[in-house]
Design a protein around this ligand. Structure first.
Ligand code: ADP
Ligand code: MG
Length: 650
């Protein structure tokens, strides 16, 4: 296949997200708490069931309940379900079951009878591991992962010894076929796992070649999170009357994942992250950033703050990446800082929290990201850091996940400190409960007698020792280095990415006020600051951004720190001969209604205009700005779907 292999997954994904939810029978069964399909109902071989018993799955997931019987029957199947719905077992269990039964009839054959194609080495390894875990009661069974980027030697040796199941990346499988090291003449069962991703990675041609060059009699299962056209075409061309099983994303992906967002400026993200780490309970964490460089930077900074963190990104050699993931799995590392690509498909049960340090490019990535937690039916948490301008993504995300994303606030220093005290107390309790204290108790008793000191005194001294010179209490967070830098930074992001929403960086804790005096009265920022400080009684540094327009001015002021009589004092204040008539800015349309649009309308034109167009001091003038055909607006309009409704808060 050539040019038509380009995949437009977006449309497909949107389609999945937006379709009305119709529960599959299995989902209906799942909701019915009492009953439900059991693995033993599906017709699987006893050896597979015995292994499942050890793995500890309680009951089949919806995609498993539906596809396993079909696959056992010998049908070709197209299985569509979101990440984390258990697709691996959906194809692995019937494959193994069939292998076991074939072996009973024909004796154990070392021929490769099952081939699974997966997009990446990590996923190939993961699938191979899953196969092994479901095959613990099949002693003569071998699964071999083969993938690019690693030496041929061991793979060749493995293939020579014979493996009934080969799990490989398409490129490497083709290489082995060409070399003659992989013989698929007795192939019974071919699986395309994460098919959409394989095509997106440019494997369409390889996949088709493998489909075409393997025995016609084989059974084919295609699993995918989305159904772009190219996949439908492949299914039509190479699958034999496939049964299509769709499991909607509603309850599967994220039902057990609590999602929250925190509005935070870019320069505060690291601080926000550390505070989250201080106050949240977590086991393993994965934090997503946009760039490879940032994975290193953020990981380094977290390490410098005493956390066990490591970076993974596409530039890090694969064996090292694997070691890092292993370290996360066994607890030597707690925080993995990753790019989307490096973390795709990662399945580490320990991950209890996903931090979207940088917002993902699209909702699909978001769903993939948060799918790294809540594995194996556990509960998971997801936190999204969002700069004010990125807030337009929220609704899209809520729509995609069919769940509300709650707002959370950056934990305050008091939160952090009360948490530290609590943890301190808990460590004492735990130690008293679980450790043998007798030895030290004797030492302390002896000390107390000898020095005539109270127990509390000694305990406090020991706490100081335990603290090893580190301050116990956290201090107020440092001010961001420079607002300008922060904004430039966000602007850089915008340049790299698609156009983003509202450009206005309204600082945290700041609120916009409208003054009834503008450029038409030749007002200067200094005059405004002067009026607000002299007449209003606030400090100059409390005055935030000032945006002078033709007939009015928008000023940000602290939300909670204005003197009680601030507005009274300013009631009769004039600037440049006009009553300023200061009011909370509700936007031109008033009330919540047009609020969002108002934001976007407002100047601060950086991204869309900066650098492209020369300004003559009029850049903030509404009337001067062309709305027509600006991508940004397209995007916003789409994102908010019906801007009339608006968002509740900003
Ligand atoms: P997908 O391929 O759909 O993204 P996976 O096959 O990787 O999902 O499975 C996600 C997680 O769910 C894995 O940790 C897997 O062990 C676990 N899992 C799969 N099936 C079940 C089940 N029936 N019960 C409990 N956990 C399961
Ligand atoms: Mg999978």
């Amino acid at each position: 296949m050539t040019e038509n292999t380009a995949v437009n997954a977006d449309t497909a994904t949107d389609a999945i997200f937006q379709e009305p939810v119709v529960d599959t029978p299995a989902q209906q069964v799942e909701k019915d708490e009492g009953g439900g399909i059991r693995f033993t109902d599906l017709g699987l071989d006893a050896r597979v069931l015995a292994a499942l018993e050890k793995v500890g799955y309680e009951k089949p997931s919806p995609i498993q309940a539906e596809t396993i019987p079909l696959l056992l029957e010998g049908r070709d199947v197209v299985g569509l379900a979101q990440t984390g719905t258990g697709k691996t077992a959906a194809f692995a269990l019937p494959a193994l079951s069939t292998l076991a039964e074939l072996a009973d009839i024909n004796g154990v054959s070392k021929d490769t009878q099952v081939l699974v194609l997966a997009p990446t080495r990590e996923l190939a390894l993961q699938v191979a591991e899953a196969f092994s875990s479901y095959a613990t009661d099949m002693p003569d069974f071998t699964v071999l992962p083969v993938y690019g980027g690693s030496p041929y030697g061991p793979q060749l040796a493995g293939l020579k010894r014979g493996a009934q199941v080969v799990v490989g990346t398409p490129g490497r499988v083709i290489d082995h076929l060409k070399k003659g090291s992989l013989d698929l003449s007795n192939l019974q069962y071919l699986v395309l796992d994460e098919a959409d991703e394989m095509l997106r990675m440019g494997f369409a041609e390889d996949v088709e070649q493998i489909l075409a060059d393997t025995p016609d009699s084989k059974q084919v299962a295609l699993f995918s999170a989305t159904m772009p056209k190219t996949i439908r075409k492949i299914a039509e061309q190479y699958l034999n009357d496939p049964a299509e099983v769709r499991v909607k994303s509603k309850t599967t992906t994220s039902a057990n994942i609590r999602q929250r967002y925190m509005q935070v400026m870019h320069s505060h993200k690291l601080e926000a992250m550390t505070r989250v780490l201080e106050v949240e309970d977590y086991d393993g964490i994965i934090a997503f950033v946009r760039t490879k460089k940032e994975t290193e930077e953020v990981a380094d900074k977290l390490k410098a703050r005493g956390y066990q963190a490591a970076a993974i990104n596409g530039d890090i050699p694969q064996n090292q990446r694997e070691r890092t993931v292993e370290a996360l799995r066994d607890g030597r590392i707690d925080i993995l800082v990753a790019t989307d690509v490096a973390a795709r498909g990662l399945d580490v049960e320990r991950i209890s929290l996903v931090v979207n340090f940088d917002i993902p490019h699209d909702t699909e990535s978001y769903v993939h990201r948060i799918g790294r937690t809540g594995r194996a039916g556990r509960a998971g948490e997801a936190i999204l850091f969002m700069t004010p301008r990125e807030k337009y993504m929220l609704r899209q995300i809520e729509k995609a996940t069919r769940q509300q994303v709650e707002q959370m606030h950056m934990p305050t220093v008091e939160d952090v400190n009360s948490n530290r005290k609590q943890k301190f107390a808990q460590r004492i309790t735990d130690t008293i409960e679980t450790e043998d204290l007798s030895f030290f108790r004797e030492l302390i008793d002896a000390y107390a007698v000898e020095h005539d000191v109270e127990g509390e005194e000694i305990a406090a001294a020991l706490a100081v020792i335990a603290q090893q010179g580190r301050p116990f209490l956290a201090e107020e967070m440092p001010e961001p280095k420079s607002k300008k830098r922060d904004r430039d930074r966000d602007r850089d992001f915008d340049r790299d990415d698609k156009p983003r929403g509202g450009r206005r960086q309204s600082e945290e804790g700041m609120v916009d006020y409208k003054l009834n005096v503008g450029r038409s009265s030749h007002v200067s920022p200094a005059a405004i600051v002067g009026a607000l400080t002299n007449e209003g009684g606030i400090k100059g540094k409390q005055v935030g951004a000032i945006d002078i327009r033709q007939h009015f001015t928008i000023v940000s002021l602290p939300e909670n720190e204005l003197p009680g009589d601030f507005f009274d004092r300013l009631r009769d204040t004039q600037v440049a001969g006009e009553f300023i008539n200061i009011k909370r800015d509700r936007g031109p349309k008033g009330g919540g209604g047009g609020r969002k649009f108002d934001r976007d309308d407002r100047g601060f034109g950086k991204k869309d205009f900066g650098g492209k167009k020369k300004f003559d001091g009029k850049k903030f003038d509404r009337d001067d700005r062309g709305f027509g055909g600006k991508k940004k607006f397209d995007r916003d309009d789409r994102g908010f779907g019906g801007k009339k409704k608006g968002r509740k808060k900003f």
